[in-house]
Design a protein around this ligand. Structure first.
Ligand SMILES: *Cc1c(COP(=O)(O)O)cnc(C)c1O
Length: 461
């Protein structure tokens, strides 16, 4: 299988190359040239199988000969063995036709672990084969950074630099990034919001001399391998509720559009998904774009679901590419317009997006209220991101079973959960000393040249 850029002007790559490359050289994102179709019988054969087996079957057709079957099976086993639940992504029932997909049993308690743990294994396997070293630079609103550091700390051929917005991540998120003691881990607290962090990372990828000089690799959700790893739990949860013989719907708390785009891929593979609902917090650019056709940024408003405090939703470019009939030049033109604040989606593309996605937003007060009533009604303690999903899902319930993605553990956002319920969720036992460990972090300005100098100096050590 070959991978092409959403802007149509970058080299066509294999899966392994696309994973190592991250952002395409024309500024676009890699997508498969064609999505592998599964028959009903192929889906049906996976029902009731272990998560790891479903993961192998779903991902392997997208990967060409990057790994042998045995090698890839081994990488999957290692990636998920540290998860604190044998189902990996268990379903809980909230109401007669509403289910919660718990994606927070990985080592950093957020769904990012599903992709990051596997990418860590896959990158290490290909680097040890080639003997090369890479420098990973990522931007995070909190959870990507902690998941990346957890997946890459101590790996021999990798340095990992994570830029997070200073003062805007939760204490648990911050400590998961600043407490690991391995010398290949570099937590950078940047003055600015998440969009600024993400913009500096994109700048580094677009500076080809720097990019090639430090052998830059990306693990943000622009990396196709992350999207692919997330397709697996759409399939596993749908099978648990009767797919492929009956359809299911999903509601996905959304920031960078990576997680919900994985649902779009699952549907393109033939999984019967009726509704795919985008749930946003008060940073509702995606909900507004679908309602009005205008994709217009208007500044990030910090919220109690900080991992979704995003205005420039990078993976939305992948959805636009499909909605514009895979016209890379049209996508490149929209992205150029976005630099000056926004663009209008064409009528035809908007219709396609509306056929594929529904949407809704959830205010801060509604998020707290949802955490409160869900606990009272079901005993389930939601994190604020999951609560955004549950609130929006409630507005889209119908005949088809609804699966809402619970993207983080409540203990990752204890202040909001305590405000809503009076209960302070405890960290799982293996992390209980997180608040006592020493921190290691460098405060950095929102300045590309200064960041590049710091990275060059650190990897020269
Ligand atoms: C990253 C994150 C999201 C948003 O996921 P996207 O793939 O960026 O849409 C939602 N909830 C939590 C807890 C996250 O960490």
């Amino acid at each position: 299988m070959r991978y092409i850029s959403t802007r149509g002007a970058a080299p066509v790559l294999t899966f392994g190359e696309a994973m190592m490359t991250g952002l395409a050289r024309d500024g676009g994102l890699y997508v498969p040239e064609a999505v592998q179709q599964f028959s009903r019988a192929e889906f049906a054969a996976l029902a009731g199988r272990p998560y790891e087996e479903i993961a192998f079957a779903v991902m392997k057709p997208f990967m060409g000969d990057t790994f042998t079957d045995d090698e890839f099976r081994g990488l999957i086993q290692t990636a998920y063995q540290g998860f604190g639940h044998p189902a990996r992504a268990p379903l809980k029932q909230l109401a007669p036709n509403h289910f919660l997909l718990e994606l927070f049993h990985g080592p950093t308690l957020a769904f990012k672990d599903f992709a990051m743990q596997l990418i860590g294994q896959m990158m290490q396997a290909s680097l040890s084969r080639s003997g090369q070293r890479i420098t990973i630079v990522g931007a995070t609103s909190g959870d990507t950074g902690s998941a990346a550091i957890e997946a890459f700390r101590g790996l021999a051929n990798v340095d990992v630099f994570i830029l997070y917005p200073h003062g805007r991540v939760s204490l648990v998120q911050r400590r998961q990034m600043t407490c690991p003691s391995e010398s290949n881990v570099h937590a950078l607290a940047m003055d600015g919001d998440f969009d600024a962090c993400q913009a500096r990372v994109k700048d580094m990828f677009n500076d080809f001399a720097f990019r090639d000089g430090v052998r830059l690799a990306g693990v943000n959700s622009i990396n196709w391998a992350r999207v692919l790893a997330q397709v697996v739990y759409y399939v596993s949860s749908a099978l648990s509720l009767g797919a492929p013989h009956r359809a299911v719907s999903f509601t996905v708390p959304t920031g960078n559009f990576g997680d919900i785009f994985a649902g779009h891929i699952a549907r393109a593979m033939g999984l019967p998904i009726e509704k795919l609902v985008i749930a946003t917090n008060q940073n509702d650019i995606l909900d507004r774009a679908l309602r009005t056709g205008g994709y217009e940024t208007d500044g990030v408003k910090p919220s109690i679901s900080p991992s979704m405090d995003i205005q420039v939703s990078s993976n939305f470019e992948r959805a636009l590419f499909d909605a514009y009939d895979r016209d890379g030049a049209a996508v490149a033109a929209l992205m150029a317009e976005l630099k000056s604040g926004g663009f209008r989606i064409s009528q035809g593309a908007l219709q396609k997006l509306r056929d594929e996605f529904a949407s809704g937003r959830c205010s801060e007060a509604e998020t707290l209220a949802t955490i409160k009533w869900t606990l009272a009604a079901t005993g389930e303690l939601l994190c604020p991101h999951g609560a955004v999903g549950v609130k929006v899902a409630e507005e889209h319930l119908g005949q088809t079973p609804m699966i809402t993605l619970a993207t983080a553990h409540p203990a990752k956002f204890p202040d909001a959960v305590e405000t809503a319920t009076g209960l302070r969720p405890a960290l799982p036992r293996h992390m209980a000393d997180l608040y006592e460990r020493p921190e290691r972090v460098t405060r950095v300005p929102d300045d590309l040249a200064a960041l590049q100098t710091l990275i060059r100096e650190r990897i020269a050590l």
